[in-house]
Write a protein that binds this ligand. Sequence first.
Ligand code: SF4
Length: 362
Amino acid sequence: MTAKHTDLFDETLKIAAKHLPLDERQLEILLGASRGQREKLYSLARSCRREYFGDRLFGYGFIYFSTYCRNNCNFCFYRKSNSEALRYRKTKDEVLRTSRALAESGVHLLDLTLGEDPEYVLDDDGYDALLDIAAEMRASTGLPLMISPGVLENEDRARKAADTGIEFYACYQETHNRPLFSRLRQGQDYQTRWDAKTNARKAGMLVEEGILAGVGEELSDIAHSIATMREMRAAQVRVMSFVPQKGVALRRSIEEGLYLRELNTIAVMRVAMPDRFIPASLDVAGKSGLKDRLDAGANIITSLIMPDSGFAGVSNATLDIDSGERSLPGILDTLDECGLQMGSREEFENALLTLARSAAER
Ligand code: SF4
């Protein structure tokens, strides 16, 4: 690390602290924070989070409803051609039962996720059945909803989801480098996936966008993604390290430093987009990775799963689930350690309203 590089890092951090917009080159400088520099960056990220959210965090219950998928993303355990994948399609009753249990555990939002399961995405009847389940989840818990069913193929589907009262649509590009996208999401069209999010926003939903780390990207790609997510009016922005699983041929493009890359990305996203929701996902490293992600500036805990529910995670299908360490009561001690606490439902609803207002203004 040269003195010149250190000066540049410190100067860029000062610009960030003034909330001046950072260009891609400046984002890249912060993303490259070394072990010695990262505490300065994370400290700024935490102060940005405090400014907008105080010491309050929010938790999302995760319901991986169907693990069938028609696609073959090369990083994904649930890709169609992976014979090792754990496959199931839950019934409406199972989904409603676990929804109520998650609601009772204190989560703020329910995330209904599925692969692009032909049963629910190929025709309108299947899609309507999915929305019917979402509507019943809302009716029986009173909680806000996020759906992650893959690409919503047209404006009509986005409008129907919004009319069902679904607040959030999650659909991750994983990278905003088009050639890399083509390698990761084989056989899928970059623009179609992108347009699904534009349609969701136009229909009045909030959008979550996300990227993967360790899949062949350069730091400049991550900087470009952060600038793109800032511009696209994504209300929630996430990064996750790629976790190789059984039957997945893709290998990590970096091993050494990947953890730091994810944490630095969380911190730079917070600094560049201080008012957005940024997840600390339990799906990557379970409870043991939570503190570091919160210390880097995350304010949403995602992938909370009820123990013994029979539901799976994504990047780690089973990690920490049956021990209860991926349930909301199971992580409260980590929040204490970080000097943070769970917000109330009312605080979450107010935060959602603020997000919706600022997404409309941006
Ligand atoms: S990432 Fe999603 S769309 Fe791609 S194979 Fe996995 S479940 Fe299917």
